[in-house]
Design a binder for this molecule. Structure first.
Ligand SMILES: Nc1ncnc2c1ncn2[C@@H]1O[C@H](COP(=O)(O)OP(=O)(O)O)[C@@H](O)[C@H]1O
Ligand SMILES: Nc1ccn([C@@H]2O[C@H](COP(=O)(O)O)[C@@H](O)[C@H]2O)c(=O)n1
Length: 217
């Protein structure tokens, strides 16, 4: 255990931080799994979404076919890496806040306190070597494309102010080709692949056990 990764937590214990990456296609169930882990470990766990680090694109409309939110260059990944390194050292960070409705990085920031378990989730997080090297456990949530598309249509209309036509156009022009080019190949960097992502209880229990083992040691 290296000294710099040992931080003192609220309950007075000293422990090594455990960084978990959760990747997978859009609407595969990454957020659902991250929340299940957070619920299990409560204040010992924090979640950072790679999506918080999207560059501001508020001057574009999603309808504009040139806008590609699924390419690795759409994110300020260096800032995420910098903030993860600080969290690992036990320092709090001010993370960006992003709106899917306006494609905008908002002026406000949110404070994130360090915790023993740091969960990072995003479609492309295993694409970047610089991020891969930081993770202690890499999980890929593997859900069939048809299921993901159906979930995405419902979610984007309900939560992200999109129309069916806009989701369909975006899916065909960028989401699907970028998934095939960058997201799917990154699966091979993962330690664990979870089929039928989201509510796979056996897989979730195994992951929780692995983290508990780490916390005990
Ligand atoms: N196992 C599941 N069964 C049904 N719906 C699910 C399941 N897992 C996730 N969902 C739903 O699908 C949508 C996308 O899930 P989410 O976890 O946000 O995916 P991601 O973070 O990978 O985009 C959400 O509306 C969520 O409630
Ligand atoms: N302004 C934006 C930013 C991102 N997206 C889409 O979000 C997807 C990633 O989020 P998941 O929760 O689905 O993993 C990605 O496929 C982007 O296309 C967007 O539509 N608008």
């Amino acid at each position: 255990m290296t000294k710099k990764n040992i931080i003192k937590f609220k309950r007075g214990k000293k422990m090594k931080t455990f960084l978990i990456g959760i990747a997978g296609g859009t609407a595969s169930g990454k957020t659902t799994l991250a929340r299940i882990l957070k619920d299990s470990f409560q204040e010992d766990a924090i979640i950072l979404k790679h999506d918080y680090y999207y560059y501001d694109r508020s001057h574009f409309k999603v309808e504009d076919e040139k806008i590609n939110f699924d390419h690795p260059d759409s994110f300020e990944t260096e800032l995420l890496v910098k903030q993860l390194k600080k969290l690992k050292k036990g320092e709090a960070v001010q993370r960006p806040v992003y709106s899917y409705k306006t494609n905008e990085r908002l002026a406000e920031k949110k404070r994130v306190n360090p915790a023993a378990i740091i969960i990072v989730e995003g479609i492309l997080i295993f694409h970047y070597e610089i991020l891969r090297k930081l993770f202690d456990l890499k999980i890929y949530v593997d859900t069939d494309a048809d299921i993901r598309l159906l979930r995405r249509i419902s979610r984007d209309i309900k939560e992200r102010d999109r129309s069916f036509e806009s989701v369909k156009r975006q899916y065909l022009s960028t989401v699907k080709p970028m998934h095939e080019k960058y997201v799917e190949p990154s699966k091979y960097y993962s330690d664990i692949i979870i089929p039928h992502g989201g509510l796979n209880e056996i897989a979730n229990d195994l992951i929780i056990k692995k983290i508990k083992d780490h916390l005990r040691n």
